[in-house]
Design a protein around this ligand. Structure first.
Ligand code: ADP
Ligand code: MG
Length: 327
């Protein structure tokens, strides 16, 4: 058992030196096996009630990081701690308790809800799997109300709802175990722009109301800026910049964050057209990372040293860290 003061001080989630490699199929019978380095040395910490946004282009390792944080797959190296406890060491009832503290919401509100189950059964699923509490129905009704649905929706099926309502149902399901942390992987990317802001507002309200911590993943800097206090920018499996959301949005230090920032129009989230980040050049191959800074080939200010020396993440201002030789 951990002393109480220590468990209080521990972040709800901490990753240390996290790596995840995937072996690819051999291209020739006796040829070498390439691997994809999807997560390449990631350290993050999310305090209780904190919110960390993870932003970066498609393929940079965000969903892999989420799966590692949720314990859905093991890291190749490094560790994941939940409230100070090493996830890899937990088993039996301790693991059950840790699992209850973490819930996840996925991008696709169509694919993530079983079409043959009623909303009531879908939302109750995490508590049914863990404890089957006596107040099951009240808890399901409470979380449905909290996400703006009605108790009468309990007996309906997912196809009777819009995309935004289905994502509300998925959020209710995540809330029902009274978790400490919800990992949201592109929670609004599949929704109409008009609905995105409503769901983001709901997420902000719920965080306050339930004292939740969030890890919110998006390719869109504006989405994480809207909901999260802290932001980490990922590029090819590494965090390249990290700091308070407002600072990263207003004064991004890393050329990659600057490019992401420019891809976002500046009007309020509620009434603007969202564009996907588009940068010059392509993302380099993750099976053969370049020797220096992985962003050098696309970087407008890269110098000779950027192509030979990997920049370390370092403090560049109060609370702001960047992995760039020139920041
Ligand atoms: N199970 C897997 N097997 C092989 N490669 C994978 C697997 N999962 C992810 N990858 C690769 O890892 C990289 C990161 O993927 P992912 O974490 O899904 O990125 P993101 O969520 O940022 O789009 C990609 O190159 C992807 O193809
Ligand atoms: Mg993803």
């Amino acid at each position: 058992m951990m002393p109480p003061e220590e468990s209080l001080a521990a972040p709800v989630l901490r990753t240390t030196g996290l790596h995840r490699r995937y072996l690819l199929p051999r291209r020739a019978l006796f040829g070498p096996r390439d691997s994809v380095h999807a997560v390449n040395g990631v350290d993050i910490a999310i305090p209780e009630r904190g919110s960390l946004g993870i932003v970066g282009e498609s393929g940079c390792g965000k969903s892999t990081l989420a799966r590692l944080a949720m314990g859905l797959e093991p890291p190749s190296e490094g560790r994941v701690e939940i409230r100070g406890q090493d996830l890899a060491q937990a088993s039996g009832p301790a693991l059950k308790l840790l699992r209850r503290a973490f819930q996840m919401v996925f991008q696709d509100p169509y694919g993530s809800l079983n079409p043959r189950h009623t909303v009531g059964r879908i939302v109750a699923e995490p508590i049914d799997a863990l404890e089957k509490p006596a107040d099951r129905r009240q808890r399901v009704e409470e979380v449905l109300r909290a996400v703006g649905m009605r108790p009468a929706d309990l007996d309906k099926y997912p196809h009777e709802f819009s995309g935004g309502q289905r994502q509300r149902i998925a959020i209710a399901r995540a809330l029902v175990t009274r978790p400490a942390l919800i990992v949201l992987d592109e929670p609004v990317s599949a929704l109409d722009v008009s609905v995105q802001a409503q769901v983001l507002n709901l997420l902000r309200d719920l965080q306050e109301q339930y004292g939740l911590a969030y890890m919110l993943i998006s390719h869109d800097l504006a989405v994480v800026d809207y909901v999260c206090r802290q932001v980490a920018v990922m590029y090819l499996g590494r965090i390249v910049e990290e700091g308070p959301a407002s600072l990263l949005f207003e004064r991004p230090a890393h050329p990659y964050t600057q490019a992401l920032r420019q891809a976002v129009p500046s009007a309020a989230v509620a009434n603007r057209r969202r564009r996907r980040a588009r940068l010059p050049g392509g993302v380099p191959s993750q099976t053969r990372l370049p020797p220096g800074c992985a962003f050098a080939d696309r970087c407008p200010i890269a110098e000779a040293r950027c192509r030979v020396e990997v920049p370390r993440l370092r403090e560049i201002g109060p609370g702001q860290r960047a992995a760039c030789h020139l920041a």
